[in-house]
Ligand binder design. Structure first.
Ligand SMILES: C[S@@+](CC[C@H](N)C(=O)[O-])C[C@H]1O[C@@H](n2cnc3c(N)ncnc32)[C@H](O)[C@@H]1O
Length: 276
């Protein structure tokens, strides 16, 4: 098993570069992911990998260590209620509010392999195709360059498309390519990908109408969650919508958000919306 000094080295590196907290007790997980990385990079052993890391300045190898420690679990239309809320309430509300500017910006932050932003894109294509003349931006970002490249590829296994994707949407928006399913260009082109580390500088997206930041905050410390929510406050339009994961909340972290309930599920809005 990885020794305490090596575990601490890795956990400090990961926390410094991604804000992800690796709790004590995760030694076996860290070791197995380092083993996979060493094998992939043709490095003899985890010990050799660690000594290479320790003896070099920050490099792509350090970055890869951080990336392999991320949890990329995701699925199409995850939890379904955010998408139901988007269809029945959020997008119709924004269509009214943005009737003169004809512009919407949706950001999937921590998008993993792309199922989340593509679910949003398919939902817009299915139910809001009449917004043809609108400028609709779906931005998808992640810390991991590797997972982002997968997202951009838009190729999924049978197992992945079986998770959450309704069969009619599979037939309509994917074509089969050997044992995989390739998302069609008409959906892929709706999404712009970008590598953004939420714990680092954020890009100056003009302003975001809907922010999906789902199942990301759970990996961070309380202080980092607070810092990130403070940035969300500045990035989200005053009447915008924030979707967090089912196990995440702004409660006790940031008083400027309130919880808004839908038929099923909820999202967060800023407390003092100003009509823009
Ligand atoms: C569990 S997945 C969630 C994917 C999707 N949002 C969902 O709910 O299905 C978490 C994602 O957050 C990304 N992530 C972790 N730390 C991050 C950071 N500091 N900045 C940006 N993305 C990060 C991981 O790479 C991973 O792809």
């Amino acid at each position: 098993m990885i020794n305490t000094s090596d575990f601490d080295y890795v956990r400090n590196l990961v926390q410094l570069k991604s804000a992800i907290v690796l709790e004590s007790g995760k030694e076996a997980l860290v070791e197995s992911r380092l083993t996979l990385l060493a094998r992939r990079e043709g490095i003899e052993s985890v010990d050799k990998l660690l000594s290479q890391l320790r003896s070099h300045n920050y490099s792509r190898l350090h970055e890869q260590v951080v990336e392999v420690m991320t949890t990329n679990e995701t699925l199409f239309f995850r939890d379904i209620y955010p998408y139901e809320a988007m269809r029945t309430t959020v997008i119709p509300d924004l269509i009214k509010k943005r009737a003169t500017e004809h512009r919407l910006t949706i950001w999937s932050a921590g998008c993993s392999s792309g199922q989340e932003p593509y679910s949003i894109a398919m939902l817009l294509r299915e139910y809001f195709s009449h917004l043809n003349g609108w400028s609709i931006k779906i931005i998808a970002s992640d810390l991991s360059k590797e997972i982002l490249a997968r997202a951009q590829d838009g190729r999924y296994s049978q197992f992945e498309v079986n998770r959450g994707l309704p069969a009619p949407l599979l037939v309509k928006y994917f074509h089969q390519n050997g044992v995989e399913w390739q998302i069609k260009d008409e959906i892929r082109r709706m999404v712009e990908f970008s590598d953004v580390n939420l714990a680092d500088g954020w890009p100056l997206f003009l302003s975001v109408d809907v922010l999906f930041m789902r199942n990301v905050l759970i990996y961070f410390s309380i202080d980092t969650r607070k810092e990130i929510l403070a940035r969300v406050r500045k990035t989200l339009r005053p009447d915008g919508f924030l979707f967090l994961g089912a196990a995440e909340t702004t409660l006790n972290l940031d008083d400027s958000f309130m919880r808004v309930s839908f038929d099923k599920g909820w999202c967060y809005k800023l407390n003092t919306p100003i009509n823009t």
